[in-house]
Design a protein around this ligand. Structure first.
Ligand code: DX5
Ligand code: ZN
Length: 217
């Protein structure tokens, strides 16, 4: 399974999104964290800004929706042109219908799991999605330390995907850096969000390739 690097722009300079996006032209997706101050205790940006980001980004947008009502909002992000739209399992009332709506708009559908949410209740949904996002921090903020206690869940998710014979990506988000990306890759992740690791680096583009090399190793 191919390695994908999806830097999060959460800790970038929001007053210069075009410039910040240009720095990650060598990545596979731009990970955009949508927070509503209800599902998580933080507020970032919403649909109109994501529409602009889609137009300005040199790479497809990976929208991570940390919102309470994804059933209502997620399809609109797909319609706006996001290449991938991920909603939280805990928040979705009808995850199968929602994943199908996202896919019918031409986007990949992702299912996200907070640290306290296991993969097991969702194994039968794997055929309906393109990606499972295993959070390795509590969602809400960048710059938190990687939760190594999530490594077994990454492994169980990868094993469940393999057992079902599916081509579902396993993404990790939270605290991914030079010092943690190999553990996540070894546990079975193939898609890596890195926010502060990329945007705090002297050279964001170089950091993307360093992370890719480490994950590929
Ligand atoms: C956290 C977000 C992450 C965050 C990652 O809720 O979902 O995407 O931006 O930032 P780092 O890489 O700094 O943990
Ligand atoms: Zn995220």
């Amino acid at each position: 399974m191919g390695i994908l690097i999806t830097p999060s722009i959460l800790n970038s300079d929001f007053s210069d999104l075009r410039g910040e996006l240009a720095k990650i032209a060598g990545a596979d997706y731009a990970h955009v964290d949508v927070m509503d101050n209800h599902f998580v205790p933080n507020l970032t940006l919403g649909l109109p800004v994501v529409e602009s980001i889609v137009r300005a980004s040199p790479v497809p947008v990976d929208a991570h929706l940390m919102i309470t009502d994804p059933d209502r909002w997620a399809p609109a992000y797909a319609e706006a042109g996001a290449g991938s739209v991920t909603f939280h399992a805990e928040a979705a009332a009808a995850p199968v219908r929602l994943a199908r709506e996202i896919r019918s708009q031409g986007a990949r559908a992702g299912l996200a799991l907070r640290p306290a949410t296991p993969i097991e209740p969702y194994v039968d949904l794997l055929a309906e999605v393109d990606m499972v996002l295993v959070m390795t921090v509590e969602p809400g903020f960048g710059g938190q330390p990687f939760l190594t206690s999530m490594l077994p869940k990454i492994r169980r998710t990868r094993d469940a995907v393999a057992a079902a014979g599916l081509d579902v990506w396993v993404q990790v988000d939270g605290g991914v850096s030079r010092s943690t990306i190999e553990q996540a890759a070894n546990a079975g992740a193939n898609v890596f969000v890195a926010g502060s690791a990329v945007y705090a680096a002297e050279d964001a583009a170089a950091e993307v390739s360093t992370l890719r090399d480490l994950a590929d190793g």
